[in-house]
Design a binder for this molecule. Sequence first.
Ligand code: PXP
Length: 252
Amino acid sequence: MAQTGRLRLGVNIDHVATVRNARGSAWPDPLRAALLAETAGADGITAHLREDRRHIRDGDIEALMAGISIPLNFECAATAEMQAIILRHKPHAVCLVPEKREERTTEGGLDVAGDIARLTDYIAPLRAAGCRVSMFISHDARQIEASAQIGAAVVELHTGLYSDLLAEGHNELAERELDALRKGAELAARLGLEVHAGHGLTYDNVEPIAAIPELAELNIGHFLVGEAIFRGLGPAIEEMRRRMDQGRGPVL
Ligand code: PXP
């Protein structure tokens, strides 16, 4: 089947900041990485300002807003502090994610269905400011329907479980999870949501995800920053782009 359109690649640069912060120095510079990603064909830059500022810091967001010419997708938890930061910068896109201090990364999707009233109010000023608001959720139909109900423009489906299952060799379970992601993408598109996906994507697992026709964007970070050690960030991104295009197949 021909796919519906070109799949955008958002490059997440959080872990450039992780390496910088490990030594408390000014390098490697996340803005420099973002500019390189732009040159290598990224369609957007994603950065997650965590409550504990473990990687991206407030100054990075300022530098990215001023320095890049592709859209910034600002990831954060739905807190009052982050809402004020969003309204100050007005990034192109905002992706709301769950955040627990003790987790290593964003481990589960946001519980939109369990927090409808608060999230509706939370995103209203962001939408009024012109930000495209995205919910980072599992493929659960309840979460997808709730995201549409609160007025989000986008859902980003969590691919972490799929990537973990494949990495652990549970191929059948991974195939089942992939199927659930396909069905989730289909439902979200039917409800008028733009559909993105991300988390744990690598050269080895990206193609079946890229083939899901409803997907408009993938956000990929940790693997690319790791791969950059071996082949450089630009070539690492170019190879991901190539694999995404291969998975996508002919574009209408
Ligand atoms: N999308 C969202 C919403 C995320 O929270 C993350 C991780 O920060 C990613 C995509 C990228 O995941 P990874 O770094 O595993 O590629």
